[in-house]
Design a protein around this ligand. Structure first.
Ligand SMILES: Cc1cc2nc3c(=O)[nH]c(=O)nc-3n(C[C@H](O)[C@H](O)[C@H](O)COP(=O)(O)OP(=O)(O)OC[C@H]3O[C@@H](n4cnc5c(N)ncnc54)[C@H](O)[C@@H]3O)c2cc1C
Length: 820
């Protein structure tokens, strides 16, 4: 039997070797267009970056050694240019241009895929590369060497693009990634990709997201990349990594059927539409096991597995079925490991498949054992039976084994309940007794059975907060470090005693750091009669990551600029003599690291320094805010393999006190004492103007001013006689406010609103909403509320109730204080 194989790398070489292993008498001819066979294309970016030092390491086999070991007729630099399926021959163009025909009994096509090169203006300019094979690699290496490239643009933020970005950085080149989508790593959902964005920025990679390339132009110093948005990037070279297409030209010309996804169509035995012609690898399409829809898989694992199956089917007849691949992939992106399997939420949405999802933040191994790092894991699943649809994992350590467990469960048709039954080997250096995969299963199970009603980050982002009670159940310290605007703080441990502060007549949205305390709080509220309680999935950590802006490189933080941005740190204070206490907070979830910081700082002598290592990616920012609040000095931060190292110096007692009480900025405060329509209008106009400068703005509503922040539709509240009397006599909401002059029994204020409307000037209510949206803080005077019998429920959501001290504290930090 004579077997002819087209393509000598992943699929082709593997199939050839397998045929020999199962059929010693077979005649095998392997055609490869390039000069090499069986090379490590997945290793090419690492050779470019110098991580793989020797070029020879890329070659798993030489044509000669491979041919000799398996007795295969390996013909490199030989391109198969045509197939005659009727005569069962292929036409071959050999090196030097000679063509000849070669007959076959069974033919295997494994021609791979080719990089997309869109017909953009200037695409053929010198310095624009794609990466698919050794020849491409050599060209890029040589260009880097000869041109002393300082800056490169990688177009495309898929896994090969990001591997190239990392390796170009290793090679000492500044890198910017241009990506047409609003995120890198297409197989991830946005909230997971956002973790990768943060890491890339920390590593000094510039990100142009949502930006399409329009043209390239050669310049005296290199290239100009022109974006559709009008932006232009000066660079030394470009690596195009915007995807690949299955190599189907040969198959198509031979009349083989192509499928819907434009890959070579094969049946379950990997046989094409022509008798005795088989195909595997990147070139084929195959139904996705979860959707049944045609699917292209550009991955080495499936290509190798298909090769083994097809070899057996070619030798023994159609016996072994291929079950399809679900796109399980893993990539190293600097210190991060990014992995996914199955279908993410966005793909499920596209397919119209109902789904739910759960996101957890966990440690790679027991937090108390040194070196634990953070990991975020998201699963998608069916809302009816919990069938697992997909998994995404982003972290530092142990990501690969988790994604493999998820992939196995999906391929077995398993559910989220099966995740709880995966039996992981456990010891502290490797895992936790509750492994992240099991925890994801528990959370998903709670969502499925209705024990926890999920609130997804997009839902919270788009919610009308005036219609819900948004409750932050973290500690007061955490709340002070930053919270979602409009949230009230009721720490979990005080919740049972402070239930009266949480309105029961509308939905309650809970959130905490990562989702756990929110879940516990939701149980308490539900147990106390609250009907509509939802918990933010993935907590503030997911919400903040998903909403974090990705600045364009021009405006990017300083750490995105220099070659040493890897360190991502500010110059450390030259206080070399200070005693440094080192603390390990790795593995602790937020707020663990910042609480630890606080505790250790209390023990430290003034002038002493604390170096704290944590794996919570939000910790450096939290630590910085904490220092601002407390007056201690934030000295530096750096990131070493997923561990964040923060150094802080303790201020003297009076220094810390001074910092706490000194005017810390250029904030503005307004006291709205009046409930005159014109004065309230002036207040909100001024507040919005001040907020636009980015400064902290606070309005303190006292006495009559409270009427400007009353809800139009108020819940029923109990009041004493005086409270009821005040209620009858005072304006019930901002709509009833009068003008300070020319009110004329209400005619004046109606006229004023009418004129404002005609002239396109925002109404009082709209200006007030703008102020809320601009982050202006509304404080209602507790004492005035008591005197006038105004209840908190009658006031707009998001209003903080506070006393004089609260106002004075804000006023102390402001340089403008107005009484209106
Ligand atoms: C830079 C890079 C990094 C990658 N990293 C990963 C990774 O980390 N993980 C992963 O799973 N996958 C990775 N991949 C993808 C993986 O390499 C492919 O999925 C896999 O190689 C596909 O195998 P294949 O046999 O279909 O095609 P290939 O391995 O590409 O082999 C096809 C071969 O066929 C030859 N050929 C084509 N047409 C003809 C013809 N008419 N006549 C003769 N020869 C022909 C080509 O020259 C080529 O050598 C990476 C790919 C690249 C380029």
């Amino acid at each position: 039997m004579k077997y002819v194989i087209v393509g000598g790398v992943a699929g082709g070489a593997t199939a050839a070797a397998r045929i020999r292993r199962v059929d010693e008498g077979a005649e095998i001819v392997l055609f490869e267009r390039g000069a090499h066979i069986s090379y490590a294309n997945c290793g090419l970016p690492y050779y470019i970056g110098g991580v793989i030092g020797e070029r020879d390491r890329l070659f798993v086999q030489t044509p000669e050694a491979f041919g000799q070991r398996f007795r295969i007729d390996v013909r490199t630099r030989s391109e198969v240019v045509a197939i005659d399926t009727a005569r069962k021959v292929v036409e071959v163009k050999a090196a030097g241009g000679r063509t000849y025909t070669e007959p076959y009994d069974k033919l295997l096509l494994s021609p791979g895929a080719s990089p997309v090169r869109p017909p953009l203006k200037g695409i053929d300019s010198t310095g624009i590369f794609t990466l698919r094979n050794v020849a491409d690699t050599d060209r890029i290496k040589e260009y880097l060497r000869n041109r002393r490239v300082e800056h490169a643009v990688v177009v495309g933020g898929g896994f090969i693009g990001l591997e190239m970005a990392e390796n170009l950085r290793h090679a000492g080149v500044q890198v910017a990634v241009v990506e047409m989508a609003n995120q890198v790593m297409g197989p991830l959902d946005y909230s997971m990709a956002a973790l990768v964005h943060r890491h890339l920025l920390q590593k000094g990679v510039g990100l142009y997201l949502g930006q399409a390339v329009e043209a390239f132009e050669e310049t005296a110093s290199g290239l100009k990349v022109k974006l559709r948005s009008g932006l232009e990037i000066e660079t030394g070279m470009v690596v195009l990594s915007i995807g690949v297409r299955p190599e189907t030209a040969l198959a198509s010309a031979a009349g083989l059927k192509l499928g819907e996804a434009k890959g070579i169509w094969v049946d379950e035995f990997l046989q094409t539409s022509a008798p005795d012609v088989f195909a595997v690898g990147d070139a084929i399409e195959f139904p996705h096991p979860l959707t049944g829809k045609p699917w292209l898989n550009f991955l080495a694992g499936p290509a190798n597995r298909q090769a083994r199956i097809v070899a057996d089917n070619m030798v023994f007849g159609p016996k072994v079925k291929y079950e399809g691949a679900i796109g399980t992939s893993v990539a190293k992106v600097f210190d991060l490991t990014v992995a996914s399997t199955g279908l993410p939420a966005k793909r499920l949405k596209q397919y119209g498949m109902p789904y739910l999802s759960a996101t957890i933040h966990s440690s790679s191994h027991a937090g108390y054992y040194p070196g634990a790092s953070q990991m975020t894991l998201k699963v998608t699943f069916s809302p009816t039976d919990g069938k697992l649809y997909g998994g995404q994992v982003v972290g530092y350590d142990g990501v690969d084994k988790r994604v493999d467990e998820l992939a196995l469960t999906i391929k077995r048709g398993g559910t989220v309940y099966d995740l709880m039954q995966v039996e992981q080997a456990y010891a502290p250096p490797f895992s936790s007794a509750k492994d992240p995969v099991a925890v994801a299963g528990y959370v998903a199970g709670n969502i499925l059975c209705g024990k926890m009603t999920p609130l997804y980050w997009r839902e919270l982002r788009d919610a009308d907060l005036s219609q819900v009670a948004l409750v932050d159940v973290r500690t007061a310290d955490e709340f002070a470090l930053g919270h979602i605007d409009g949230a009230q703080n009721v720490p979990l441990d005080e919740l049972r005693d402070r239930l009266d502060e949480i309105p029961s007549g509308r939905p309650v949205f809970l959130y905490c750091g990562v989702g756990l305390r929110g879940y516990l709080a939701s149980n308490i509220l539900k147990g106390n009669g609250y009907a509509d309680v939802r918990n933010l999935v993935g907590g503030l950590k997911t919400y903040e990551a998903a909403l974090a802006p990705v600045p364009l490189p021009e405006t990017a933080s300083a750490c995105a600029a220099g070659p040493s941005a890897d360190a991502c740190c500010r110059p450390e204070a030259a206080d070399g003599a200070a005693r440094v206490v080192r603390v390990d907070a790795c593995g602790l979830q937020c707020p663990g690291p910042v609480l630890r910081l606080k505790k250790e700082m209390e023990r430290l002598q003034p002038g002493g320094q604390l170096e704290i290592r944590a794996t919570d990616a939000g910790f450096p920012r939290d630590a910085e805010s904490w220092c601002r609040l407390t007056g201690h000095r934030f000295l530096s931060q750096s990131c070493e393999g997923g561990t964040y190292v923060v150094r802080v110096a303790k201020a003297s007692a009076c220094g810390a006190e001074a910092a706490r009480t000194a005017p810390a900025g250029k904030g503005k405060t307004f006291i709205l004492f009046s409930d005159d329509l014109d004065k309230a209008l002036a207040t909100f106009v001024l507040a919005n103007g001040a907020a636009a400068t980015g400064e902290k703005v606070t309005i303190f509503f006292t006495f009559w001013g409270l009427n400007a922040i009353k809800k139009e539709r108020k819940p029923k509240v109990g009041k004493d006689l005086f409270g009821r009397m005040f209620g009858m006599m005072l304006p019930s909401s901002s709509r009833k406010l009068k003008l300070s002059k020319m009110n004329m029994g209400g005619l004046g204020s109606r006229m004023m609103r009418h004129i404002m409307d005609r002239k396109g000037i925002d109404s009082l209510e709209s200006l007030r909403q703008q102020a809320i949206d601009n982050g202006v803080e509304f404080i209602a005077c507790q004492m005035s509320m008591d005197v006038m019998g105004v209840k908190r429920e009658e006031l707009l959501d998001g209003v903080t109730v506070g006393g004089v001290a609260t106002y004075m504290e804000r006023a102390d930090r402001a340089n403008v204080n107005l009484f209106i």
